[in-house]
Design a protein. Structure first.
Length: 268
């Protein structure tokens, strides 16, 4: 199993897909309990949702499950949301706060470090390389980090999550015009709800790579899974009709990002 796949394009937009993978190595799988083996916290079908929306985009996709290690968490284990419920670098609970390992089988520090080197590091090495390549070509690179989550997760947030959740760490990870372009399109999407820097302000990936002063712009999009799944529970099936409606708006967002980059970057 390759830790990461890279589908390289020649445009200025890079799509990060850290949580759609479902591979769990056998030695880890057999230590998960029934809750863990359900893999409920997958960003189901996100890679399919964004597939072929915009010619020239680069896509970097982790193939392993977030229960192996979460590529959108600080490799040092620092919490993204101090004081709030969240999951860790190597999760030991699911999004409902329930244990995912059999008794006594959760990973210790040495195993977490091995997993970081084996899975987390290769994903970010690939992502960083693509962002550097794109910025070298265009003068700017825009990382659009693709996520989804169940619309109701009481352990993590109250009530029902909006459909579009844009995160820029309170505007620090990209040019204000990029945030404005995305938010304008999410808030004008008929039949959908939207928020910016609400419960999800951008994970470690967005915060780590978003350095506008250096030409690296990053934005996270957390979609409610009710926008593209038949049901937010087993079997987590892709709803083509829902997804096709949503994909029109996602394409508009990506086109706007590309237009901004072509205007503010350089062509080679």
């Amino acid at each position: 199993m390759q830790p990461v796949d890279v589908f390289r394009g020649d445009g200025p937009v890079v799509l990060g897909v850290p949580h759609s993978g479902t591979h769990v190595p056998e030695d880890i799988w057999k230590r998960l309990n029934a809750t863990g083996q359900k893999l409920a916290d997958t960003d189901w079908h996100v890679d399919r949702l964004y597939s072929d929306l915009l010619a020239g985009t680069t896509l970097v996709r982790a193939n392993f499950h977030r229960y192996v290690i979460d590529t959108n968490r600080d490799p040092e284990g620092v919490s993204l949301y101090p004081g709030q419920n969240t999951t860790t670098l190597c999760p030991t609970t699911d999004f409902d706060g329930r244990p995912i390992y059999l008794e006594g089988e959760a990973p210790g520090d040495a195993e977490i470090e091995t997993r970081r080197q084996t899975w987390h590091a290769p994903y970010h090495a690939a992502l960083e390389a693509e962002l550097e390549r794109v910025r070298k070509k265009h003068g700017v690179a825009i990382l659009y980090d693709c996520h989804s989550i169940r619309s109701v997760v009481p352990f993590l947030f109250a009530g029902k999550l909006p459909d579009f959740n844009t995160g820029t760490n309170n505007g620090s990870t990209c040019d204000p015009a990029i945030e404005d372009a995305v938010v304008e399109r999410t808030k004008s999407a008929a039949g959908y709800t939207a928020v910016v820097n609400g419960r999800f302000k951008g994970g470690w990936t967005t915060r780590h790579y978003g350095r506008p002063e250096d030409g690296f712009h990053a934005i996270q999009m957390e979609l409610a899974q009710s926008t593209h799944l038949e049901t937010e529970d087993t079997p987590f099936a892709y709803d083509t009709a829902k997804a096709d409606r949503l994909r029109k708006h996602l394409k508009n967002i990506l086109v706007a990002l590309e237009d901004w980059a072509f205007t503010h970057g350089r062509q080679t």
